[in-house]
Design a protein around this ligand. Structure first.
Ligand code: ME8
Length: 500
């Protein structure tokens, strides 16, 4: 049976246009999805937009359009970004779709049935920007800890009995140490839950733009309860017997920024426990990007437009930089100079040069076919096993380490070229020259298979230049060999140098 994998990005708010932070999460998920497909897994990859809530209602009013028109337009900008970045999601969910409203209401009904939701009254400090209530003790200088403005709100509200799930959550974290990753984030969540949980207000009557509470449509559902359900909607929930839900739900990995970890690692599992539904496999929280050392924010006007970056540098370069530059899980700083430096050193100099010098030499001096090797030395044979050895112990959840590891192999290939100097062998030992070139070409083939999740366009181009059939590009093809005598196309440069 083929193993299944299910990966999700957060669904992004449509009150603003996409920026580098959104692009980062989506590209990280795309890289993991591509990696698992190369392992032969059946992968479902979901992204989408979070379209309800007071923030959106207010933004639409400000723009002078209906909330629906507003969300239709902004959601499109997120789809556009995905197309632009060649993201391989198989579904794009919008919380205003009928399939989602049905799923959110079905989950609500189950929480009512299990007695986990009750009607009460809410009074508290509400921050529209965060879509969250804060206790008096949370406020910093009269504002939310995030800096958002708060307002005092009293309204009838349904509550979720979050307080009843403290022990069950802590027991679950303990029994499933990989449920929250990385470890530092897991410890943070455990400390938070140990500090005690209050029941959570899960409905609103003060505005209208949301999923109506079944049977009491003066209330709309709290946007986070609505939003989190998206991950199940896309698998056909409330149809739990459907193949997709059964196959993919237990495999779910939610990749989120650290800002929304609490919603995913505390509220979401508690909702699911209360509804008697299985929990996702993992919540992974990545770190936060700053821009040249400064927090990214609309009000500071320093957001980075991913579309502009892709237009300037190409998608492979942008994704390589973002994924390679920081440890997956840690914060990172974006700087244009760092991006240019990395492109020139890692992509153009190390990888691009290797491919270009080996393939052009074969093209010009080897009749443009895969060379026929003589006998391999022990060193040649060992060298050719390095990529598979590396892959066997690679962990794609440490995606920057994966990139580092592949680039160590690239450095080894460059070293092999320098040590064995195929061009110098042309006159003295053409047989050995062909062996060296064959070893290098096959090593490049293997590297290009490994780089597919990181730089998919360039990797495909390199594999095309080695005439590797589409069907032979999965990880299981690493151990195959290039077929001597196969005609090769004229090589062209893969990574241009960038002016700094
Ligand atoms: O929170 N660095 O949506 P959102 C890294 N709708 N990642 C960043 C980032 C930055 N500076 N800025 C944003 C929401 N992100 C909810 C989610 S899910 C059921 C509902 C990324 O549009 C990061 O993934 O505010 C963060 O968690 C997400 O965008 C927040 O997106």
């Amino acid at each position: 049976m083929t193993a299944a994998a299910y990966i999700t990005t957060p669904i992004y708010y449509v009150n603003d246009k996409p920026h580098i932070g959104h692009a980062y999460t989506t590209l990280a998920c795309d890289t993991l999805a591509r990696f698992w497909r190369l392992q032969g897994k059946d992968v479902k990859f979901l992204t989408g937009t979070d379209e309800h809530g007071q923030k959106v209602e207010k933004a639409a009013a400000l723009a002078g359009v209906s909330p629906q028109d507003f969300v239709d337009t902004v959601s499109q900008t997120f789809r556009h970004l995905i197309d632009k970045m060649d993201v391989t999601n198989n579904d794009f969910i919008r919380t205003t779709e009928p399939r989602h409203i049905k799923a959110a209401q079905a989950l609500w009904a189950r929480l009512i049935d299990s007695g986990a939701i009750y009607l009460g009254e809410y009074a508290g400090w509400y921050a529209v920007r965060d879509e969250a209530f804060y206790a008096e003790s949370d406020l910093v200088n009269g504002k939310a800890p995030t800096g958002a403005e708060v307002e005092w709100l009293v309204e009838p509200s349904y509550f979720f009995r979050l307080s009843a799930y403290q022990d069950q959550l802590l027991a679950y974290y303990k029994a499933n140490p990989n449920f929250i990753a990385p470890d530092s984030r897991r410890n943070e969540v455990i400390r938070f839950v140990e500090g005690g949980l209050l029941d959570l207000s899960v409905s609103r009557t003060s505005f209208k733009w949301g999923v109506p509470v079944p049977g009491d449509d003066k209330h709309i559902m709290y946007v986070w309860l609505d939003a989190l359900t998206n991950y199940m909607t896309a698998l056909g929930y409330p149809n739990e017997e459907g193949g997709d839900f059964k196959t993919f739900w237990p495999e779910a990995i939610h990749i989120v920024g650290k800002d929304i970890l609490r919603f995913h690692a505390v509220y979401w599992p508690a909702f699911l426990m209360a509804a008697g539904l299985p929990l996702p496999r993992q919540i992974f929280a990545h770190g936060w990007w700053t821009n040249e050392g400064v927090k990214i924010s609309k009000s500071l006007g320093n957001t980075i437009d991913p579309i502009e970056l892709v237009d300037t540098f190409g998608i492979d370069a942008v994704r390589y930089f973002l994924l390679r530059e920081v440890s997956f899980g840690q914060d990172g700083d974006f700087s244009r100079q760092a991006l240019v430096n990395r492109l020139n050193s890692d992509l153009a100099n190390a990888y691009g040069n290797l491919v270009q010098r080996v393939l052009s030499f074969i093209y010009k001096n080897g009749n443009a076919v895969v060379p026929t090797p003589g006998v391999f030395t022990g060193e040649d044979a060992t060298f050719l096993t390095l990529p598979a050895q590396f892959l066997a112990q690679a962990d794609i959840m440490q995606v920057n380490r994966y990139a580092e590891g592949v680039w160590v192999l690239i450095a080894k290939a460059n070293q092999y070229v320098d040590e064995h100097k195929p061009w110098g062998l042309k006159k003295t030992d053409p047989n050995r020259m062909n062996t060296v070139l064959y070893v290098l070409a096959d090593f490049i083939r293997q590297i290009a298979i490994l780089t597919q999740p990181l730089v998919p366009l360039a990797s495909a181009k390199i594999l095309d230049q080695l005439a590797v059939p589409e069907a032979d590009r999965l990880f299981c093809a690493l151990n195959q060999k290039l077929l001597s005598g196969t005609k090769l196309p004229e090589p062209t440069g893969v990574f241009p140098r960038v002016q700094s």
